[in-house]
Design a protein around this ligand. Structure first.
Ligand SMILES: Nc1nc2c(ncn2[C@@H]2O[C@H](COP(=O)(O)OP(=O)(O)OP(=O)(O)O)[C@@H](O)[C@H]2O)c(=O)[nH]1
Ligand SMILES: [Mg+2]
Length: 182
């Protein structure tokens, strides 16, 4: 059986905890507390991480780690990225500047998880289906230096999140093949 550590990055309120819960089948560890960050009106926010084990249909197991979105906890991102097999960057389609939102997380991956497969999930797509996905992809190209899979999702949907994980696992397998032949 293969185990894969997958880390979820993204801004405050992008839906990282929601995504982890959607596929956790009820067993999730979270560290959400009442939000005191005045820059956001959300009720709860993650202060350390979200964690869940997810069994895939092929027998593999995912160990999912959701990060805290607040910038003051950014020191945790590289810690959680250690040993990651794959990364999901979540960007909130309904935020005023979804493209800008992607930047710090793309940079964090470039710095701390070079070469690790990444998929970009554009969350809250149900709330903002008019979001400019082309501009998101241009930003990704600019920082990652190559196109990455971009998947619009509703992070509350188990089915949508499993599809996103499927895309990520495809990238992980492709990267492993390249490594084998290097
Ligand atoms: N309609 C809709 N609501 C969503 C979606 N994703 C998240 N939400 C809601 O957005 C709110 C914030 O989601 P969280 O999962 O707490 O966000 P987070 O990324 O973990 O935020 P931090 O831990 O503060 O960094 C919750 O009320 C979710 O129910 C989505 O795709 N669609
Ligand atoms: Mg959270």
């Amino acid at each position: 059986m293969n185990e894969h550590k997958v880390v979820i990055l993204g801004a405050m309120g992008a839906g990282k905890s929601t995504l982890v819960r959607a596929v956790a089948g009820g067993t999730v560890v979270d560290t959400d507390v009442v939000n005191t960050d005045a820059s956001s009106s959300k009720l709860a926010t993650t202060v350390a991480m979200d964690y869940a084990d997810v069994n895939l249909p092929n027998g593999d197991r995912l160990r999912l780690y959701g990060t805290p979105g607040q910038q003051r906890f950014s020191f945790i991102w590289p810690v959680l990225l250690q040993g990651a097999r794959g990364v999901v960057i979540l960007a909130d389609a309904s935020s005023p500047d979804v493209v800008q939102e992607l930047q710090s997380y793309l940079l964090a991956v470039r710095e701390h998880a070079q070469g690790v497969p990444v998929v970009v999930g554009v969350s809250k797509f149900d709330m903002a289906p008019e979001v400019d996905l082309d501009s998101c992809q241009l930003k990704v190209q600019e920082i990652a230096g190559r196109p990455l899979p971009l998947v619009p999702i509703d992070a509350r949907s188990e089915q949508a999140v499993m599809l996103l994980m499927d895309v990520l696992m495809g990238e992980v397998e492709a990267a492993a093949l390249v490594d084998d032949h290097a």
